[in-house]
Structures are given as structure tokens and as C-alpha cells.
Write a protein that binds this ligand. Structure first.
Ligand SMILES: Cc1cc2nc3c(=O)[nH]c(=O)nc-3n(C[C@H](O)[C@H](O)[C@H](O)COP(=O)(O)OP(=O)(O)OC[C@H]3O[C@@H](n4cnc5c(N)ncnc54)[C@H](O)[C@@H]3O)c2cc1C
Length: 319
């Protein structure tokens, strides 16, 4: 019986099966010997974007630190209606009764002493004695925009804040608030400004002459000499002002006590459009021009200044 399938017929089938198995084997070997590729890394942000994030983070951190610092500085800054502590720069006795207190200001604080537009603004500050909850006003004798605030504080018998001010050593802290406006002067309205004072009441005039600039107005100061035997501390502050103002400032030292009619009349001679500023204790102010009212309004003009013919709008009484 002939075989059902001849061997020659089987040969191509066997060959193709063998080739297939060889190919599979080769593929398996190849796949085994090839290194496994590493897992795909997460896509990296572009290098420039990372830099931007970093810059932003540094910027925000810097701003936050600057803001916190500014808040802290603001809390320490001189302000009109809340007390802040200020370090005394120097405290010198001008006479046994008068201390010159120097309080350094920061540039931001200096700007608080700016003039109102087209005016010369005279300011005062309040010194506090927190332990006994009192405060007293003091008028800087200089232009606060130029650095240290200079206060001349008189020590009076039994005076609380005067005693405190005299006791302050350089580097000590003092509670202060301000500045507060004392008065404003529009120089352009006057040909002559007459100023009458005694003792530390010259302070607003020293500040006015420090802050104002020579223009067309003449200033005449009648300032009382101290009582016999007392030292005169004002001269050293008047001399540089005289140099600044030249002929436009006339300083006349008058005897202590009631202001004499002849001195006032001399100061008013050829005065043109005149303003008289008066800063005196009540006992001396009363015969010259009358009291301020209890609420510190001007009150009626009476006394010598009314008698020599001045109108109320030509006189300003300072507390
Ligand atoms: C706007 C303004 C600015 C001022 N500027 C200055 C200034 O630059 N320098 C300055 O020294 N003062 C100035 N004073 C006065 C100051 O505010 C205080 O009134 C003064 O320093 C006394 O305060 P004290 O706490 O030491 O005395 P207090 O405890 O108030 O008074 C104690 C006793 O002393 C009496 N007394 C008060 N003042 C005087 C005096 N001048 N002479 C004699 N006895 C007095 C009181 O009647 C009281 O019996 C200013 C006042 C005002 C309203």
C-alpha cells in the first residue's frame, strides 16, 4: 500500500515550521539580552519657568519682610494722637532751670513738620509722663525738618514734666506725640510781623524764624531779658537767626515785666500791614492785649494794643 503522504511533500511544511520556531527563539533571546528602558521620567518644566517661580517666591518673601519691618517702624514713628517712645540724643543744661533736649527724628518724622502750602507752620509736641498720666506741650525752637528736635524745657518748682525732662539722660526714652499745629503764618499778607515774648515763650518765634525764608516781610522781636541774676539762654539761638535774616530781623531785648508802651510803639513804626504775635504768661498778656478765653479762643482785644489803635485781626495771642 502506497504511503498516504510522501516525505518530499512534508519537507516544506517542516522547513517553514522550523524557520518560525527559529525566528521566535531569536526574538526571545534578543528581548532577553536588550536592557530594560528606564521608566519614563515625568516631564520637566522648562528651565526658564522654574527660574520665574523662584524669582516670584523671593520677591514675595522679600515684600513680606519689608512690610513687617515697615509696620514695626510705623508703630514707633512720631504721631499726633498716640504716644511713641523716642530716644533722647542729648540733654544739656543751658541754665540751672533750662534744659536743651535733643530728640533725633527719622526722615519720615521730619516730613511731619512740613509747612502747609504757602504758609509757615509752627508746631509743638506733647511730652508725656505715663506713670502719672499727664502730658505738657513744648514748642521746638528749631525747624523739625532738619534733624534733631530741640526743646528748651524750663523746670518750675513742683513741675512734673519739667522734672522728668531734666532727668532724662542721653539714650533714655521719652514718650512723645505730635507734631500739633500751633499757628500758621502767611508771610505775603504782612509787611511787618511783631513778636512779643518772655522766657521759653520765645520758642514759637525761634521756630518761625528758623522755618520762614526772607522775602518781603520784616520781623521785629521784642523779647524780655531774664530777671536780674538769671542767665540769658536765648542769645545763643538768636545770633544765627540774626545772621540768616540780616536787616529783615530786628531783635530788641526789653526789660522783664509789663511790656512798655514805648517799646510797642517803636516796633510798630512804619510797619505797614502788620501782625502782632504775643506769647506771654497770662499775667503779662492781660495788660497788653487781654486773656485768651478758657477754651483758648482769642477773646476780645483789650489793653495796650487796643489802646494804641490795633484791630483784633492784627493781633494773635499764643497760649
Ligand atoms: C503751646 C505751648 C507750648 C509750650 N512750650 C513750652 C516750651 O517750649 N518750654 C517750656 O518750658 N514750657 C513750655 N510750655 C509750658 C509747658 O507746657 C508746661 O506748662 C510747663 O513746662 C510746666 O509743666 P510741669 O509739668 O513741669 O509743671 P506743672 O506740674 O504743670 O506745674 C507745677 C507748678 O508750676 C506752676 N507753673 C507752671 N508753669 C510755670 C512757669 N512757666 N513759671 C512758673 N511756674 C509755673 C504751675 O502753676 C504749678 O503750680 C508750653 C505751653 C504751651 C501751652
Amino acid at each position: 500500500m502506497p504511503p498516504l503522504i510522501r516525505a518530499s511533500a512534508l519537507r516544506p511544511v517542516l522547513q517553514s515550521t522550523l524557520q518560525l520556531q527559529l525566528r521566535q527563539l531569536a526574538t526571545r533571546r534578543a528581548s532577553r539580552s536588550a536592557p530594560t528602558p528606564p521608566p519614563a521620567a515625568p516631564p520637566k518644566p522648562p528651565r526658564s519657568l522654574t527660574g520665574a517661580y523662584l524669582t516670584l517666591a523671593v520677591f514675595f518673601a522679600g515684600s513680606a519682610i519689608a512690610f513687617a519691618y515697615k509696620m514695626q517702624e510705623d508703630e514707633k514713628m512720631l504721631a499726633p494722637y498716640s504716644y511713641t517712645q523716642h530716644r533722647v540724643g542729648a540733654n544739656t543744661l543751658l541754665t540751672p532751670q533750662h534744659a536743651l533736649l535733643r530728640v533725633p527724628l527719622t526722615p519720615d518724622e521730619e516730613r511731619l513738620f512740613d509747612n502747609l502750602p504757602n504758609l509757615v507752620t509752627v508746631h509743638h509736641v506733647m511730652l508725656g509722663a505715663p506713670q502719672i498720666q499727664i502730658e505738657r506741650p513744648y514748642t521746638p525752637i528749631n525747624d523739625g525738618r532738619l534733624g534733631d528736635l530741640e526743646l528748651v524745657v524750663k523746670r518750675v518748682p513742683g513741675g512734673e514734666v519739667g522734672r522728668l525732662a531734666h532727668s532724662l539722660k542721653p539714650g533714655a526714652e521719652v514718650a512723645m506725640r505730635g507734631p500739633l499745629q500751633t499757628f500758621n503764618l502767611d508771610q505775603s499778607q504782612y509787611d511787618t510781623v511783631v513778636m512779643i515774648s518772655t522766657g521759653t515763650a520765645v520758642a514759637p518765634f525761634l521756630q518761625l524764624l528758623s522755618k520762614a525764608h526772607p522775602a518781603n516781610t520784616n520781623f521785629r522781636l521784642l523779647h524780655a531779658l531774664p530777671n536780674p541774676g538769671k542767665e540769658d539762654w536765648a542769645t545763643r539761638f538768636l545770633e544765627p537767626l540774626q545772621a540768616k535774616w540780616g536787616d529783615q530781623l530786628h531783635v530788641q531785648r526789653i526789660p522783664p515785666g509789663a511790656v512798655a508802651k514805648s517799646d510797642v510803639q517803636a516796633a510798630l513804626k512804619d510797619a505797614g500791614r502788620v501782625l502782632v504775635l504775643v506769647c506771654l504768661p497770662p499775667t503779662l498778656m492781660q495788660p497788653l492785649c487781654g486773656y485768651l478765653t478758657p477754651t483758648l479762643q482769642q477773646g476780645p482785644l483789650t489793653g495796650l494794643l487796643r489802646d494804641i489803635g490795633l484791630r483784633p485781626d492784627q493781633v494773635k495771642k499764643l497760649e
